[in-house]
Design a protein. Sequence first.
Length: 420
Amino acid sequence: MTDEPDYRIPAGGGVPWRDLSVEERHRPAERDIEITNIETMAIAGNFTWGIVKIETDADVYGIGETFRAESALDMAERLIVDLEGENPLDIDRLLELMNQRYTGSGRIGQSAFTGIEIALWDIKGKVLDVPVYELLGGKYRDEVKIYCDTHGGESLGQASSGDPREVYTPESYAQAAREVVDEGFEALKFDLDVHTHRDVDTAARRLDNEAISHKVSLVEAVREEIGYEIDLGMDLHWNFTTETARRIGRELEPYDLAWLEDPVPPAQVDAHARLTDALDTPILTGENVVTASDFNDYASAGAMDIAAPDVNKCGGLWELGKIATVCDLYGISLAPHNISGPIGTVAGAHVSATIPNFLALEYHARDVPWWDDLARRTDAPDDPILDAGYVDLPEGPGLGVEIDPDVAGEHLTDGSELIV
Ligand SMILES: [Mg+2]
């Protein structure tokens, strides 16, 4: 007998344990390759963008991006003890292997697995000389619609000084919306949970009518500026009670929002369901939900109209495709959450092209002027990755983009070393 915990038992339901240890696997020589090394680096964007590089014993490596870089990169590097010697083309089996061995690793684990999984798709595409979207099932569309995360006043929702009502003004929201639409975006989103009334008890998650009226004035100003043909989302970042979220939502019904995002705390599936039922405005949620199994819990409970799995932590591109399939069974579309740099965004574009029930993919780096310089398309090095609100799918093998070492080198976080 040993005191070792039995890792064969999944932590939270899911599929039963499988024996994934195969002594020998046969492939032709050109595809008989092995993982030899995992390296990472962290880029200081508006978030920390975690880059994962997987090397092989063939003349090919893969690049991926992970969410929660500070913790997930450390875990991703350590996973070499599990992946060294494995064939990188066995993507689904290797994901299953990591999930089984680290079944209690939560969102950090899922982020690490996702960064690795994206790098494995990059390798596979390069080995087979096709873009990743071909491997994920082929495409429904050539260009992937991007929605732009937009900030009026000051970003991150906290006015630094003065009366926040003079920072988060209707004029500031309207002006930011105008700029983004003029750049070519046909979909955008604002934070609507900005703290504008300092006498509000934020811990209580309730707003009075005056605070709600201010939020309505922000949305009204944006609609007056850009009209009703632009998809407009509003994000509440889980900050409200169900009754306050419902009161906000009812006041916003006349403005035909594309969605109201994360109105109540993420674990409150029943509260999401009641709001989805009570409001005509679509409820979007899911950036903190990982794996198709957990999305099925929300979808089957009627707790979302639009799903927002995070490209870089939901469990991988293959998992995101499974999430899309589950959602499609319930008539739910996908607007994947994405706060990553160009590598993660291109990965998101590849999978977004392959799912039928797609709405738009997030872009959250309008404030980072070198975002597009950090990576180059291998099929058209002079063309931008993101152009006028769309990503035109790269046709180079794998993800079809490579990191510019000079730009990456200028923006590494403290202690991080260049790996490309
Ligand atoms: Mg959000």
